[in-house]
Write a protein that binds this ligand. Structure first.
Ligand SMILES: [Fe+2]
Length: 305
């Protein structure tokens, strides 16, 4: 038996949501619709019970600084403390890692020519903890190990959407060659259109976001080609975080079903129904066939470029 990615989740990681939860404001009229939008997603993931989550997020100068800015970094530690972002660490449990799978991911991704930074010690900030809160609430311990995958979307040059999508595909291949029976859910996190500063602060471009979400399910290649300048113009200076959703999408197979989607502030989750069928099919025929099919799919993607 090998590990497999069974689903992807995409969600904002806005720090205000974490603060609202931590300060007991989830039932206030301003916040109630946001948290209500996550209820079914929480029920879904409680049923799915993933063995491991890979959370794609960006560090907000908590673990890294301008001194060192890795483009892609994978946390290989056994535990990740919660970062103090200026108001003390969020009152959430420390994040337990999965060093074995994380190290395997690094090995496979580097051999696939992605230059991953190995991180054996780092604190994780709201970029990672807010999505966990939204999907799991605030338990005494997180229900499964989490592998942090930090992406630089703060200091240019940031990776392209195409590079992120390809990384997602390589992650899927890497997970599928890990020799343990693990069911893995991958999170792509970050805000959709938003800008925090300057004359366009507060920007929201709903048509752009809606088109991105539509294509994320049906035609991800259409999103993959969006250049940096288009993100800046249409989605604002912080909208570039959306490239992290493409890592999640690349890690799912081409034909997926969107199970749940809520407007802007909530979440979307995709069940890789075709993947599930494929896995069942492939499990009958053994690992070699699975690896072959992965290899050919990656080769096709390479040829299309
Ligand atoms: Fe962010």
């Amino acid at each position: 038996m090998v590990a497999r990615i069974i689903a992807g989740v995409a969600t904002s990681h806005i720090p205000a949501v974490g603060a609202a939860w931590d300060n007991g404001k989830t039932e206030e009229p301003y916040w109630q619709p946001v948290f209500a939008g996550f209820e079914r997603s929480k029920e879904w993931i409680a049923e799915v019970k993933p063995d491991v989550c890979i959370v794609v997020y960006n560090d907000h100068m908590s673990a890294f600084s301008l001194e060192i800015v890795p483009t892609f970094a994978i946390g290989c530690a056994a535990e990740f403390p919660i970062a103090d972002e200026g108001w003390g660490p969020r009152p959430v449990p420390p994040v337990k890692g999965h060093p074995e799978l994380a190290s395997h991911l690094v090995q496979s991704l580097v051999l696939d020519e992605f230059d991953i930074t190995i991180v054996n010690k780092m604190a994780v900030d709201h970029g990672l903890t807010v999505p966990l809160t939204l999907m799991f609430g605030q338990p005494k311990e997180w229900p499964c190990p989490v592998i942090p995958l930090a992406v630089n979307v703060v200091v240019y040059p940031v990776p392209t959407g195409h590079r992120c999508y390809r990384l997602g595909q390589a992650i899927r291949k890497a997970v599928g060659s890990f020799d343990q029976n693990l069911r893995v859910v991958i999170f792509g996190t970050g805000g959709m259109s938003h800008q925090l500063q300057g004359p366009r602060a507060g920007l929201i471009n709903r048509p752009f976001d809606t088109r991105f979400l539509d294509n994320l399910t049906k035609d991800p290649e259409a999103n993959v080609g969006i250049p940096h300048l288009e993100y800046l113009r249409e989605a604002g200076s912080e909208g570039i975080e959306m490239v992290m959703w493409l890592i999640m999408r690349g890690a799912c197979i081409a034909s997926i079903t969107c199970r749940r989607r809520t407007p802007r502030s909530a979440t979307s989750s995709w069940k890789t129904s075709h993947l599930m069928r494929t896995v069942e099919h492939e499990d009958l025929r053994g690992r070699t066939r699975r690896l072959r099919s992965e290899t050919s799919r990656c080769a096709e993607a390479h040829l299309r470029r």
